[in-house]
Design a protein around this ligand. Structure first.
Ligand code: GCW
Length: 737
């Protein structure tokens, strides 16, 4: 009892200290003793008193245009947001009524009579396209209002979310002046969710799609999913795993999909399905799945008609074909374009698209053969450039191997000028510590989007390629979702930031990942700089930390077999050579690294000549990609004078030290963060610290065994023997397909 009272007293003291420390932004944290994270970045906690007064005057009512589901969604969000920020929701002003002073006026195309600066607004609207918006302070017949204007309903919804974001971040209402539109038309989440609700590479519980109960039972969570996505501009979702089942195209599942589409539609989100190449064959409705067989094409056309009858705005199909055992057109001697175009023709009359994945690689002819997996997608797709129908997008993973902690950008981004490309990022952290490790992916996304592929002798970033800067072929961005049914959606607080950053960069690939982190932290915790600064600092160093304690200097694919949890650089016995970590690092007593120059696989030649030249020479290859492109002796001299061996060990040590620093930084935030989220993050960081040490120790033990070299002076020896690390097994690790 005494113990209990002591604890209560300690909590009260902590709350008091919190209120004093936080000053203006304290109110909304002090009462939030335990947040469960369900609200994501849409928390709308009460503003500090001074800010509240200003907003009160600027939110006396909401005037909306005619009643559509999307306008209703915008109005509902504004009310919800303002109710939270102010403590009361404003009234709706009927469309016919003249806006009162302090009204929030939603204007779609038709501007209110008596609007100041109407000409400028009209000019701006003309630049905003179908999804853009503007938000600014204006006057209607002399009365001050906040104007949210767009050409379409969805623009109004995006504008409403953007305004609320600024308010949550503490902006003064009369200073908010926004003009924005997305750079890319397709901003899509790919769910690797199976129809039995397991999630391939999912670390946040089971799938949010309750297929069994659909379409009769609609989980209100679908609406919150739509709100969260619309708030960052995501406008498409692929509901099921790319390792797809034929049944998803049965009438029963089309009805379930339609029920989800109905919930998402007002939020501007289209649904897509992953389809299995052999579906008609497996459903026993055709005798073959050959794309050039007219019966097969007719089947897909009928299936498309059937889908569009219940989902008129269905987005289209995502396809993984002839990849990792999935069937595909090559089974019939056809190529990827034959397959994609057949499906594209079934969808074209309905304005649907095919997102055809370029993630393909075949087994080497014999073990040990240097058929570089990194080179295979290019080899298969480059010759097909220009051969795809207009409504096909080729979806390319950010790097040529597989969502590693670091990869150079995929060479296909610089090699398909006549094909619209989609970026595929992985938001779920299959290779980056699952939902346990704090790894903010913003810098990884930004690094790839900013990679200069070169066009002729001019700069051409991957982002500009996706935007069609080179040739007008506009693409899109997809992210493999990290969302599940855990209460906080993503399994951990900081993994919410990866969903957020993905959406923001899909909207505008030129955004800065640090600025995005600031936005996210300000909304997720508090805009107080005493919290935002250290949180953002932790986030910004976190990805490099993971690279360092897992796969520094361009190493890749050394994770445990199947589940991809933890280090396993020693694995050399899997059926396919290119599934074994030893295939990728090639460490022996002579050296380490994959030679992708002319003396090796020559994959480097798949980049534009200027880029290839830089990567072909170890001296001009950035250290972060060194062992990706080169096999080098252990005593190779790095630019800083250290040997490669000493540098490798130092990177491992630095990675672990960075987690120490992140832990210490988080501890200092204890007074500012509600206990529930604070404790959860602290526990995860402690686990990350243990796993970082394990990675470091196991890899150093193994590479020392390969190199036969002594540890550099002053290096702490691994805690256990190499045999110990090799003996660890992990049955039931999550996310394993
Ligand atoms: O990253 C790998 C994963 C598989 C995945 C595959 C792919 C969906 O380990 O789980 O399958 O890539 O992207 O198709």
């Amino acid at each position: 009892m005494q113990h209990y009272l002591r604890r209560v007293r300690a909590r009260l003291m902590a709350a008091l200290a919190l209120a004093i420390l936080l000053g203006p932004f304290g109110a909304h944290l002090a009462h939030a003793a335990g947040e469960d994270g369900y609200d994501l970045w849409l928390r709308y906690r009460p503003l500090p008193a001074a800010r509240r007064a200003a907003l009160q005057a600027a939110a006396t009512g909401i005037a909306t245009p005619d009643d559509t589901p999307t306008v209703r969604a915008a109005e509902a969000e504004l009310k919800r947001g303002l109710a939270g920020l102010l403590g009361r929701a404003p009234d709706t002003i009927p469309a016919a009524g003249e806006p009162r002073a302090g009204a929030v006026v939603l204007a779609r195309a038709t501007l209110p009579a008596g609007l100041s600066g109407a000409e400028a607004v009209r000019r701006d609207l003309a630049t905003l396209g179908a999804e853009g918006y503007l938000v600014r302070s204006a006057r209607v017949n002399g009365k001050p209002v906040t104007l949210i204007a767009a050409n379409t309903d969805i623009g109004l919804l995006y504008g409403s979310f953007a305004w609320l974001r600024q308010l949550q971040l503490g902006a003064a209402p009369d200073r908010i002046d926004l003009l924005d539109k997305p750079a890319l038309p397709l901003r899509v989440l790919d769910h690797w969710d199976n129809l039995d609700r397991t999630v391939e590479r999912g670390y946040a519980g089971e799938s949010i799609w309750n297929w069994w109960e659909l379409p009769g039972i609609i989980d209100p969570r679908y609406t919150d999913y739509a709100r969260a996505n619309a708030s960052i501009g995501i406008n498409g979702t692929v509901l099921n795993n790319v390792n797809a089942k034929a049944e998803v195209l049965s009438a029963a599942f089309i009805a379930k999909t339609a029920a989800i589409a109905n919930v998402l539609r007002p939020y501007g989100i289209r649904v897509y399905l992953s389809v299995r190449w052999s579906t008609p064959l497996e459903l026993k409705e055709t005798k073959t799945a050959d794309p050039l067989d007219p019966q097969v094409a007719a089947w897909w056309a009928r299936k498309a008609d059937e889908i569009y009858r219940s989902i008129p705005d269905f987005g289209g199909f995502l396809v993984k074909a002839n990849s990792e055992g999935q069937p595909g057109p090559q089974d019939y001697g056809r190529n990827h374009a034959d397959g994609a175009n057949m499906l594209a023709r079934a969808l074209a009359p309905h304005h649907g698209v095919v997102m055809w994945r370029a993630f393909v690689y075949a087994p080497p002819a014999h073990p040990g053969q240097v058929s570089d997996r990194a080179a295979q997608a290019y080899d298969q797709f480059k010759p097909l450039d220009g051969k795809f129908d207009k409504n096909v997008l080729v979806q390319v993973k950010n790097g040529a191997i597989d969502f590693q902690p670091r990869e150079p950008a995929h060479p296909l981004f610089g090699a398909m000028p006549d094909t619209p490309l989609m970026m595929e990022f992985q938001v779920t952290k299959e290779y980056l510590g699952f939902a346990t490790h704090l790894v903010y992916l913003g810098p990884l996304f930004q690094e790839t989007l900013g990679f200069d592929t070169r066009a002729g002798n001019k700069p051409m970033t991957v982002a500009r390629v996706l935007e069609g800067a080179q040739d007008g072929k506009v693409g899109g961005i997809a992210g493999v979702a990290n969302i599940g049914s855990s209460r906080n959606w993503t399994g951990s607080t900081f993994d919410q930031a990866n969903w957020y950053a993905f959406g923001r960069l899909a909207w505008n690939p030129a955004l800065d990942s640090r600025a995005i982190a600031r936005e996210w932290a300000g909304q997720t915790f508090t805009p107080d700089a005493r919290v935002v600064d250290p949180v953002v600092d932790m986030m910004m160093r976190s990805r490099e930390a993971a690279v360092d304690y897992m796969t520094p200097l361009g190493l890749h694919h050394m994770m445990g077999t199947g589940h991809h949890y933890g280090p396993a650089p020693w694995v050399d016995s899997l059926a396919r050579a290119d599934w074994n970590p030893v295939y990728y690092h090639r460490a022996d007593n002579g050296g380490i690294g994959f030679d992708r120059t002319a003396s090796g696989s020559n994959a480097v030649a798949q980049y534009a000549p200027e880029v290839a030249r830089r990567f072909a020479d170890p001296a001009t290859t950035p250290p972060r990609f060194l062992l990706w492109f080169h096999h080098l002796p252990w005593d190779y001299r790095m630019a800083d004078g250290r040997t490669l061996w000493a540098s490798l060990v130092a990177h491992y040590d630095h990675g672990v030290a960075e987690v120490d620093a992140m832990q210490a930084e988080w501890q200092r935030l204890r007074p500012y963060v509600d206990a529930r989220r604070f404790d959860d993050v602290a526990q995860r960081l402690a686990q990350q610290r243990r796993e970082a040490q394990w990675w470091r120790d196991a890899c150093i033990a193994y590479f020392q065994h390969r190199s036969g070299l002594p540890l550099p002076a002053g290096t702490r020896p691994p805690a256990h023997s190499l045999d110990y690390y090799k003996s660890l097994t992990f049955p039931f690790a999550p996310g394993h397909g």
